[in-house]
Design a protein around this ligand. Structure first.
Ligand code: FES
Length: 113
């Protein structure tokens, strides 16, 4: 029905598998920014999608990359993308998710910075 067109988007729940930490991500909010807002020690370096150190694997749930002139998936191998790996500083969850990320570690950089 028409009412569905005006349905308010709700925050989604993010669960980190390794630590059991959970936090909420607002509609359209970038995964890594939400994690940092909730004091999660997410691996990162550039924060702009060019180094790859924020990589995380989405075990459950879905999301997307917002439109951008730069395509962050150049930092990922096909096998990694097939397993659900994303560039967390550029990716937005659209449903509740369970994510595998090495909290508290320095992510290895494979990109330009
Ligand atoms: S922090 Fe560098 S690509 Fe995400």
């Amino acid at each position: 029905m028409v009412f569905g067109l005006f349905k308010k988007k709700e925050p989604v729940k993010v669960t980190i598998k390794s630590t059991g930490d959970t936090f909420m991500c607002e509609p359209g909010e970038i995964l890594m920014k939400a994690a940092l807002k909730h004091k999660i020690d997410w691996p990162l370096s550039c924060k702009v999608g060019s180094c790859g150190s924020c990589r995380a694997t989405i075990l459950e749930g879905e999301g997307k990359y917002p439109p951008s002139p730069a395509d962050p998936v150049f930092l990922l191998y096909k096998e990694e993308m097939d397993k659900g790996m994303v560039i967390a500083c550029q990716w937005t969850p659209t449903t509740d998710i369970v994510v595998d990320v090495e909290v508290g570690k320095e992510g290895d950089r494979r990109g330009m910075i």
